[in-house]
Write a new protein. Structure first.
Length: 286
């Protein structure tokens, strides 16, 4: 297991010339041999991102022993990391998504099967003059805090509630005469996860970078003025708290810092026997 310590960086300059303090943190799940999250610090283009590869449901490994989640997240890391200041997030994510499709085809992945595709969540920001641009797929989230200490969640967690939506979709399909196994079949977690993956970038499903053009059609993009922003926090879902809202999580991070929050969360999850995922975050003080 590889753990990356919190790494503060002060005196870094974005392309707008404003000074930024950067704090990053990454912890690998104790159940994984390598981290399936990745992070991007591209100071040249003022681009910062968190990528969260979805743990595969099939036993693929490349020649170096990497699975599809690692490969997807790190392909996006490389592409976003090579952005120049004139590139846009949407175009670059589209480029990475196309490259992901090509890479899967090169490894003979059946891209028509949702549960075989390599996928990653994407949460990225770019500081450009007076504005903050953002782009997101999945459940990695982008949050800003303002100088009055208010918290603004910029992105939507499209994975939240997928099990409920999936069950509803199966029921509707059965009514249409479409052959779908009984619900007892989906009590098996693997079967349920495989079905959920078929709903990626579909209506009532969830968004994710999966190599298909539908991902870009559903990409959440936006822009807000950065004049009143104090900090930006980008985080993978491994930082979600089982009892707190994301708003509460951000306020706690503001109070105790990323490292202390992660330590407390990990201890809570260990004590309760809950799953501990990869945990990755970037905190930018503008």
């Amino acid at each position: 297991m590889i753990n990356h310590p919190t790494m503060p960086c002060t005196g870094c300059f974005g392309k707008s010339g404003s000074v930024i303090r950067i704090e990053t943190l990454q912890r690998t799940s104790p159940y994984k041999r390598e981290c399936e999250d990745a992070l991007v610090i591209n100071e040249r283009a003022s681009v910062y991102a968190v990528l969260d590869g979805a743990t595969p449901l099939v036993p693929f490994k490349d020649e170096d022993g990497h699975n599809g989640a690692y490969l997807a997240a790190n392909l996006f890391k490389e592409t976003l990391g090579s952005m120049s200041e004139n590139d846009t997030l949407k175009d670059t994510i589209q480029e990475a998504n196309q490259a992901l499709h090509c890479q899967m085809k090169a490894y003979n992945v059946d891209v028509l099967k949702g549960y075989e595709r390599w996928t990653t969540c994407v949460a990225a920001v770019q500081l450009d003059g007076d504005d903050l641009h953002f782009a997101q797929l999945g459940d990695s989230m982008i949050v800003v805090t303002h100088h009055d200490d208010s918290v603004q969640i910029l992105t939507k967690d499209t994975v939240k509630g997928i099990n409920v939506r999936a069950k509803k979709r199966r029921g509707e399909d059965r009514k249409k005469g479409i052959s779908v196994p009984d619900e007892a079949y989906f009590e098996d977690r693997l079967n349920a996860l495989k079905y959920n993956r078929t709903l990626s970038n579909e209506k009532d499903g969830y968004t994710v970078a999966d190599g298909r053009p539908e991902a870009i059609k559903r990409l959440q993009v936006g822009r807000i003025p950065k004049g009143d922003i104090k900090e930006v926090i980008i985080l993978s879902d491994g930082l979600f708290h089982p009892e707190w809202s994301l708003h509460d999580v951000i306020q706690h991070i503001q109070s105790v810092g990323l490292a202390s929050y992660i330590e407390g969360l990990t201890e809570l999850l260990q004590e309760s026997g809950a799953h501990i995922d990869d945990r990755t975050a970037i905190r930018l003080n503008i």
